[in-house]
Structure formats: C-alpha cells, structure tokens
Design a binder for this molecule. Structure first.
Ligand SMILES: [Zn+2]
Length: 68
C-alpha cells in the first residue's frame, strides 16, 4: 500500500476520533427526541433503544470511553 494512502487514512481516523471526543453523541435513529409517538402524535412512550434520551453514543465515543 502507498505510504500517502496510509497517512491519509490515519489522518481521517484522527479527525474522526477528535470529532467523537468533542461530540460523543448522535441522534437516535429509532425515535424522535427519545419519544416513540403513536400515528396521531398525541401519545408516546420512551424509546427503548436510547432509554428515552434521544441520543446514542458514536462508535468513536464508545472506543474512547466518552459520554455515558
Ligand atoms: Zn431512541
């Protein structure tokens, strides 16, 4: 493999990990703000996947132990 490609990949990983440290969470894809709403939108229950928080730790944040 080309050295420049390796350096580029390392750089991208570094940027990703730095971004994961600054912003450890991403939004939960299964709900809206931690709420799973009924079709009418009037009723809802807490989302089981994110524990009703509406956020998920990013892979990089899990790796680095950032966030809870
Ligand atoms: Zn959720």
């Amino acid at each position: 493999m080309n050295t420049n490609v390796v350096l580029l990949l390392l750089g991208l990983v570094g940027v990703y990990l730095a971004a994961s440290t600054l912003w450890p969470y991403t939004k939960c894809g299964a709900c809206t703000g931690g709420k799973l709403a009924s079709p009418t939108g009037r009723y809802w229950r807490p989302c089981g996947r994110c524990g009703g928080k509406g956020r998920r730790r990013r892979f990089g944040a899990v790796l680095l132990g950032r966030g809870r």
